[in-house]
Design a protein around this ligand. Structure first.
Ligand code: BJW
Length: 232
């Protein structure tokens, strides 16, 4: 059974990280076009660096939740037959113990130097213009995929979707492409787990509603139970 799981901000919501588009979400205080485009960064780098510095600092105050933990249980059972593709830039999947995670929108804890093109693991702020550890230029930006930029590793993701028996989308509103179209690329069965039906819910064979910390562990139990019955 080859499974591709797509996660969005909703899986980290119960850990205390804001989603983007829910009321009280990250975009309520910021116009996305003022913080999440290369043009916005060129126009006001201080504002954009502050937005990401605050979110990077917030990671120290949160922990993975039962939904992240359940996906780790699934990885331990399926091994290489599971790929978690996340739109999230937090590190909660990894901190729960996941190893097969692909961040299509980049990571808060990575900094990218636009002079030498090197990427560096980065825990602190970037807003004060620290020098790149490789070339020394003060041209580090958050290693985040903004609107108009190409998400990371799309060939790998498209191949995994083509090969999978099951595609499961968790905690994403289904409005941002290319992730919103993954359901159409998936060759296998499709399932959505979300607090409410997403924009793209009708494209899924099945859609379940509820908080990720309840839906995801229950779904993993169900899948592992089925796998045990089939193998015995
Ligand atoms: C819970 C819950 C709980 C809450 N339990 N659930 C085709 C058509 C139209 C437009 C385009 C198109 N193709 C490309 C575009 C342009 C653009 C785009 O999609 N625009 C749309 C807005 C229309 N896309 C791009 O520019 C992308 N690049 C691209 O397409 O390049 C071309 C290319 C593609 C492929 C191959 C080759 C070339 C780049 C997109 C970059 C997105 N970046 C952002 C911000 C940066 C990261 C950051 O700052 O963190 O990424 S936007 C923002 O939205 C962020 C997120 O990852 C992303 C998705 O948000 P998500 O995760 O869905 O969060 P929410 O808040 O929207 O939803 C949360 C959901 O959880 C809700 O449904 C809740 O109900 C639910 N929920 N609590 C379960 N407890």
């Amino acid at each position: 059974m080859r499974v591709v799981v797509l996660t969005g901000a909703g899986i980290s919501a119960e850990s205390g990280l804001s989603t983007f588009r829910d009321s009280g979400g990250l975009w309520e205080g910021h116009d996305p076009m003022q913080v999440a485009t290369p043009e916005a960064f060129a126009a006001d780098p201080d504002l954009v660096q502050r937005f990401y510095d605050e979110r990077r600092a917030a990671l120290a105050r949160v922990r993975p939740n039962a939904a992240h933990d359940a996906l780790v249980r699934l990885e331990r059972a399926l091994g290489d037959d599971l790929l978690v593709v996340t739109q999230n830039v937090d590190d909660l999947h990894e901190r729960a113990g996941a190893t097969r995670v692909h961040h299509i929108h980049g990571r808060l804890q990575s900094a990218w130097c636009t002079t030498c093109d090197e990427r560096h693991e980065w825990d602190g702020p970037l807003g004060h213009g620290p020098p790149c550890p490789w070339c020394g230029q003060a041209t580090l930006r958050p290693d985040i995929v903004w609107f108009g930029e190409i998400p990371y590793g799309m060939d790998l993701v498209e191949q995994a979707l083509w090969d999978c028996d099951l595609f499961v989308s968790i905690g994403t509103s289904g409005v941002v492409y290319p992730a919103a179209a993954f359901v159409h690329s998936a060759r296998g069965a499709t399932l959505e787990l979300n607090l409410e039906p997403s924009e793209g819910a009708s494209a899924f064979a099945e859609s379940r509603q509820g908080p990720a910390t309840q839906l995801v562990p229950a779904w993993v139990d169900e899948l592992l139970g089925e796998a045990t019955r089939t193998s015995s």
